[in-house]
Design a protein around this ligand. Structure first.
Ligand code: P61
Length: 458
């Protein structure tokens, strides 16, 4: 596969520097073998996350200068509202400082003591934590294929409708707070959901009178996959596809730090007047006034413009193909990655990369640390450390997927940098048996992966 041609040119650059091998060895040890604890300046190519790491366009930067910083009724809020209406098709918008702010609001609105079960296609760390902090649970109802890194199902993010219905009947629909559907499922490897699946989830939930809330954070990338892979959508525009997708929900939470192409920002959007009314009540308590939600006016302007740019088809084609370019270089060299290649990231299968390590030695954490030490490339563990402990039994959970995520920031790295990353991983693979396991020596109570510390098992 050839590298995709960028639909932009570079106007501003940010220098990066590769530390020496000795400096990297010292840096990762000091960071407790946790890539979240590295200093950004010690990183050569940063694939920790695609969240808040996009390069903004000249159009977005120009918008920043048009920030209306009035406490109430900022014109940038109305521009944001209009952009959400036009790109996603929702009527009402409540801005939040980022995605988890919106997760907090929707969880408080829809979860109570009686209704506290939130089925979802797999889980996301912050989404699950908000549900659990309110005494609820987030059972996984994704299709089985999603748990198998080798399975090439084109819509591996789909909800298993039988699993969902079985669960509804088992616990009773009155116990379900809402059904949560994530676009381009992050923890499954950036895997899309099909339009057909969204439609059927809606039908099932209508039957049982359940609300459907999307995590639409990566919905534009999901829409691109629908256009590419689902029959009947090849000639539709991304905006048309997005509107149809969102029409199957009662609302969404959205972290604009991904497909929204901004460094900070998010929102809750809905067509449901009751949800909107309650979200406006809560946002003033937890985020800020309902017309700024914890953001500066300039941030809302950048977000309004970013939302439109992120749904541009030429941009999306380049974006998805750059991720694929990296993935295919790895596949060609037999590196075990999650297939098909996802939308925002390439995921290494740490259980296959490091077959000599036990699950208790945290293979994905060890691999992420080794990649940094070997190449200066920063990645992220997405396996048992991220999954955490069972809140009832206190035991570690070892999910079938033990992955290292190479998330690609949007419009940031060149294809040559992707080649450096691929070569580094390929070289490291040939020396993989020298990589040692880790022992966790500090474990925070919530979302432990962010600050946990480890030592090498020598
Ligand atoms: C990421 F290690 N994602 O992928 P906020 N929903 C979804 C997300 O991907 C997401 C949020 C909601 C991040 C940042 C991050 O365990 C972690 O704007 C599908 O970050 O609040 C965020 O949106 C939350 C990294 C978050 C993590 C949690 O890198």
């Amino acid at each position: 596969m050839k590298a995709p041609i960028e639909p932009f040119k570079i106007k501003v650059i940010e220098p990066v520097r590769l530390l020496s091998q000795e400096e990297r060895t010292r840096a990762i040890k000091e960071a407790g073998y946790n890539t979240f604890l590295l200093k950004s300046e010690d990183v050569y190519i940063d694939l920790l996350t695609d969240s808040g790491t996009s390069a903004m366009s000249d159009n977005q930067w120009a918008g920043m200068m048009l920030g209306d910083e009035a406490y109430a009724g900022s014109r940038n809020f109305y521009n944001l509202e209009k952009a959400v209406q036009e790109v996603l098709g929702y009527k009402y918008v409540v801005p939040t400082h980022q995605g988890r702010g919106a997760e907090h609001l929707i969880s408080k609105i829809l979860i109570n003591k009686e209704r506290n079960i939130v089925p979802r296609n797999m889980y996301f760390t912050t989404s699950k934590t908000h549900v659990e902090l309110l005494g609820g649970t987030m059972p996984d109802v994704i299709i089985d294929e999603a748990h198998d890194p080798e399975n090439e199902h084109p819509f591996k993010g789909n909800i298993d409708l039988e699993k969902l219905e079985r669960l509804i009947k088992e616990v009773g629909p009155e116990k379900i707070a809402f059904v949560s559907v994530e676009m381009n499922v992050n923890m499954a490897g950036g895997q899309p959901v099909s339009m057909e699946n969204l439609r059927k989830v809606r039908e099932l939930c209508n039957y049982y009178k359940l609300k459907v809330i999307f995590d639409a954070t990566r919905s534009s990338e999901n829409a691109y996959f629908i256009k590419e892979r689902e029959k009947g959508y090849e000639n539709k525009s991304i905006i048309e596809i997005l509107h149809e997708m969102m029409s199957y929900s009662d609302g969404c939470v959205y972290s604009a730090k991904k497909d929204g192409l901004v460094n900070i920002g998010g929102f809750l959007a809905t067509n449901d007047e009751e949800i909107y009314e309650q979200a406006q009540n809560l946002v003033v308590v937890y985020e800020g006034l309902h017309t700024y939600g914890g953001l500066a006016g300039r941030d809302m302007e950048a977000m309004a413009r970013g939302l439109r740019e992120g749904a541009d088809e030429r941009y999306l084609e380049y974006r998805i193909k750059q991720v694929r370019y990296l993935g295919e270089m790895l596949l060609k060299n037999n590196i075990p990655i999650v297939k098909p290649i996802g939308g925002h990231a390439v995921y290494l299968n740490a259980l296959k990369f490091l077959p000599h390590l036990k699950r208790e030695e945290w293979p994905a954490q060890a691999l992420a640390a080794a990649i940094y030490e070997f190449s200066g490339v920063r990645t992220m563990e997405r396996g048992a450390v991220s999954k955490g402990r069972d809140r009832k039994t206190g035991q570690n959970i070892f999910p079938p997927l033990e992955l290292v995520r190479l998330a690609i920031p949007r419009r940031v790295y060149t294809n040559t940098q992707m080649e450096y990353v691929a070569e580094s991983i390929i070289n490291l693979y040939s020396q993989r048996f020298s990589i040692k396991g880790l022992r966790m020596v500090y474990e925070p109570k919530e979302l432990r992966f962010f600050r946990a510390r480890f030592e090498k098992i020598e």
